[in-house]
Ligand binder design. Structure first.
Ligand code: MN
Length: 231
């Protein structure tokens, strides 16, 4: 087959324990999935999960042991960090029951749902789509994927983000409003999940602004760390 121009390279993420890489298809993100974060955004209570997406080429894949770079994006004066557990899908499925969700998980990673908060807030106010606030270039830094078998039980793992060596976010995956299995059940009712899909599962409280020159170090116990510098 020939194309009218060279097709874009497949976006991929390194995998712990192998030189083979995880090719990225869709990036799904869960909104407001920790109660204290929902509250800091002006909402309360357990609402049904809701989703938005980022393009696959928003990924900034950080190789094991190295420091990634994210250019400070255009149009914003309020770039926020959102540290998140990322679930990597390895097996296709639709209408997956929570009880079967684990069969579809390839592994887990630490990710950042970087957000142009001023633009997102303006779109929210006008009832318009969030894309310009969420789905911009380089908006999805991610560390290496740890295969599920090597990650062990992460349902009570600590999740944190430090900026300049100081805590900004620190919580626990046990505080997810919709846990990993429930999220997969809801998501797969709306879209057929396929190998290569990533799910950013939502951020805990403490979201705040970063500026060029900041170094962000995020982690989930058992999944290592993600380090990225804003340039
Ligand atoms: Mn988020």
């Amino acid at each position: 087959m020939s194309f009218v121009f060279a097709p874009p390279a497949t976006v991929s993420v390194p995998v712990v324990g192998t030189t083979e890489r995880f090719p990225v298809r869709h990036i799904y993100c869960v909104g407001r999935n920790y109660e204290d974060h929902a509250r800091e955004m002006g909402f309360t209570g357990r609402e049904p999960p809701f989703f938005f997406m980022k393009p696959a080429d928003a990924i900034v894949a950080v190789e094991p042991g190295s420091i990634g770079s994210m250019p400070y994006p255009s149009l914003t004066k309020n770039l926020h960090h959102e540290i998140e557990l990322v679930v990597a899908i390895g097996t296709a499925g639709k209408d997956i029951l929570a009880a079967n969700a684990h069969k579809h998980i390839y592994g887990y990673a630490v990710g950042l749902d970087m957000t142009r908060r001023d633009l997102q807030n303006e779109m929210k106010k006008q009832g318009r789509p969030w894309c310009i606030g969420k789905a911009f270039d380089h908006s999805a830094p991610i560390g290496p994927i740890t295969p599920a078998a090597l990650a062990g039980d992460i349902t009570k793992a600590e999740i944190y983000l430090q900026v300049g060596g100081r805590d900004r976010q620190r919580s626990n995956l046990s505080k997810l409003i919709w846990n990993i299995d429930e999220t997969i059940e809801h998501l797969s009712a709306a879209w057929e999940l396929k190998p290569g899909d990533l799910i950013y599962t939502g951020t805990p409280e403490g979201v705040a602004a970063v500026v060029a020159g900041d170094t962000l170090v995020g982690g989930v116990t058992g999944l290592g760390t993600l380090t990225i510098r804003i340039i």
